[in-house]
Design a protein. Structure first.
Length: 112
């Protein structure tokens, strides 16, 4: 007994990707991900190793996970400087950043 194979129309991967990029939530995620890539450049290697962007709220607040409370406190003292250094990146990506919150509870240790 032979099996009957049913074929469907396949648009091609280019059309599938184009449709995905039309989704505003996916666009927003890609844009934020691009902004997060600049974190180490903005805060430097020392703080970049102990902190990383975790996410953003709808109000334009970036949440940064920190290795511990001391790192969070040090970054909080430099918050205005960090926001100023991020302005060129935010402008090019059309992102509004109003504030930064540092949260050691969000840190995930990759060494486990």
């Amino acid at each position: 007994m032979t099996k009957k194979v049913l074929y469907t129309d396949f648009e091609g991967i280019d059309n599938v990707i184009a449709d995905l990029l039309e989704n505003k939530d996916i666009k927003k995620g890609i844009t934020r991900c691009n902004l997060y890539k600049f974190w180490n450049k903005v805060v430097g290697q020392k703080f970049g190793a102990k902190s990383k962007p975790y996410g953003m709220t709808y109000g334009g607040v970036m949440i940064i996970s920190c290795a511990n409370a001391i790192v969070g406190q040090e970054l909080a003292l430099r918050k205005q400087m960090i926001i100023e250094k991020m302005k060129p990146y935010m402008k090019s990506l059309r992102i509004t950043l109003k504030d930064i919150k540092f949260d050691p509870k969000k840190w995930e240790n990759k060494e486990d």
